[in-house]
Design a protein around this ligand. Structure first.
Ligand code: ADP
Ligand code: MG
Ligand code: MG
Length: 250
C-alpha cells in the first residue's frame, strides 16, 4: 500500500527527514513514536502533501503511484486521511454539511454519482451508530466550542464517513485526557479492516494499550532507527528514549 524509500524532506531550509524508510501493507496498524522534534508530524504532513514541506530526495509509492506527484486533494480522493494535529473550526458550517460536500467531492473525483439526501442520511445513520456519536454534535458548527473529547469523536466520525484506505492519525502533543484517548482508540479499532491501513503517530504509550499496533517504529532525528512489535512500546514506556539514542550514536 505504502512504500517510503530514503525520504528526505525539509521545512524552511532545515532538513527534518533524513532518509526515512517505511513499508505499510493493507490491514496493518503502524505506530510511530519518538522524542519531541524528531520529525513525526513532518512525516504526516509530507504524506498529506502540505505545502510548506519540501521533499528533497527519496520516493513514496502509494497503491502503485508516485504519491509525491499528487496534489493534497488528489491524495484525499485516493483515500488518504490525515487527522488530529490541527483540528479546523469552520464557523457556521455543520459537520453534516461539511461531510456532504467532502464525500461528494471524493465520489466525483472517482467518477461516482453524488449521494442524494436519502442515501447520505442512511450512511450518516450507519456510521453514527458505529462510532457512537449523536446528531446534536453533528448539527453544531464544525469544532466550534467542542470539548477535546467531542473533537475527537467528531474526527473519528469523519474518518468513518470518508472510509480512508490509509489513515494517518497524528496526536497532538498535549491535552489528551484518558476519555479522549479511549474515543480515538475505540474508533480506530472499529474502523480497522483487512483492506485499510492506519499509521498512528503518538508519544503516548497509553494509546497503544487500547489500539494494538502490528508494528511500532521509533523515529529519531529524521529516520526510523528501530522497529518492533507492541513490546517495543512497552519498553519505551519503561526506559524512555535514551537507550535508543545511545544505540544510534554508538
Ligand atoms: P515531532 O512531531 O516528532 O515532535 P516535528 O515534525 O513537529 O516533530 O518537528 C521536527 C522539527 O521540524 C522540529 O525541530 C520543528 O521545530 C521543525 N519544524 C516542523 N514544522 C516546522 C515549520 N512549519 N517551520 C519550521 N520548522 C518546523
Ligand atoms: Mg512535537
Ligand atoms: Mg508532532
Amino acid at each position: 500500500m505504502l512504500t517510503i524509500n530514503n525520504l528526505h524532506a525539509r521545512v524552511e531550509e532545515k532538513e527534518i527527514l533524513k532518509g526515512l524508510n517505511l513499508e505499510v501493507k493493507p490491514g496493518e496498524i503502524h505506530a510511530i513514536m519518538g522524542p519531541n522534534g524528531s520529525g513525526k508530524s513532518t512525516l504526516a504532513s509530507v504524506l498529506a502533501g502540505r505545502e510548506a514541506y519540501e521533499v528533497t530526495d527519496g520516493s513514496v509509492n502509494y497503491l502503485g503511484e508516485d504519491l509525491l506527484e499528487l496534489s493534497p486533494e488528489e491524495r484525499a480522493q485516493k483515500g488518504i486521511f490525515l487527522a488530529f494535529q490541527y483540528p479546523v473550526e469552520i464557523p457556521g458550517v455543520s459537520t453534516t454539511n461539511f461531510l456532504k460536500t467532502a464525500i461528494n467531492e471524493i465520489r466525483k473525483a472517482r467518477g461516482e454519482e453524488a449521494l442524494d439526501a436519502v442515501n447520505f442520511l442512511k450512511l450518516m445513520k450507519e456510521k453514527m451508530k458505529l462510532v457512537n456519536i449523536d446528531d446534536t454534535l453533528l448539527k453544531r458548527a464544525l469544532n466550534e466550542g467542542f470539548s477535546g473529547g467531542e473533537k475527537k469523536r467528531n474526527e473519528v466520525f469523519q474518518m468513518a464517513m470518508l472510509e480512508p484506505k490509509l489513515a494517518i492519525l497524528d496526536e497532538t502533543d498535549s491535552g489528551l485526557d484518558i476519555d479522549a484517548l479511549r474515543i480515538v482508540a475505540e474508533g480506530v479499532n472499529k474502523l480497522r479492516s483487512k483492506d485499510n491501513a492506519i499509521i498512528v503517530v503518538t508519544h503516548y504509550q497509553r494509546l497503544l494499550d487500547y489500539i494494538v499496533p502490528d508494528f511500532v517504529h521509533v523515529l529519531y532525528k529524521g529516520k526510523i532507527v528501530k522497529s518492533g512489535t507492541k513490546e517495543l512500546a512497552l519498553e519505551l514506556e519503561e526506559k524512555g528514549y535514551d537507550w535508543i539514542k545511545a544505540e544510534v550514536t554508538a
